[in-house]
Ligand binder design. Structure first.
Ligand code: FES
Length: 114
């Protein structure tokens, strides 16, 4: 699969799985322009919009402070990357999440989930 072509279900290559450190979110720009933050938990990768709903700043510079919990680097909100749910403020809105598939060593990001 090419990195610039989506398949019939709309999945596009976002990164190599080996490029995602378990403790460090990875911000990527998809070929269609979406800015996505990838977070790995073991062999599973989650994709959320790289945009904190609090002030629309990028969240990929944040930290993974617990398994599947991403902390926004700007004002410290916590989110569950599995569902996008906000766990603590000041943000009150959930993150947008995207479907993810793993194909070989590649991480593919698909349609919006929530
Ligand atoms: S921009 Fe994320 S908590 Fe403020």
């Amino acid at each position: 699969m090419s990195g610039s072509v989506s398949d019939a279900a709309g999945f596009v290559r976002a990164a190599a799985r080996r490029d995602i450190d378990a403790a460090v979110p990875l911000g990527v720009v998809l070929p269609d322009g979406r800015r996505v933050c990838l977070v790995r938990d073991g062999e599973t990768v989650y994709a959320v919009a790289d945009r904190c709903p609090h002030r629309d700043f990028a969240i990929s510079g944040g930290d993974v402070v617990a398994p599947c919990v991403l902390e926004c680097p700007w004002h410290g909100a916590h989110f569950d990357v599995r569902t996008g749910a906000v766990l603590s403020g000041p943000c009150t809105d959930d993150l947008v999440t995207y479907a993810v598939q793993i194909a070989g060593g590649d991480v593919l990001v698909g349609p919006r989930r929530a």
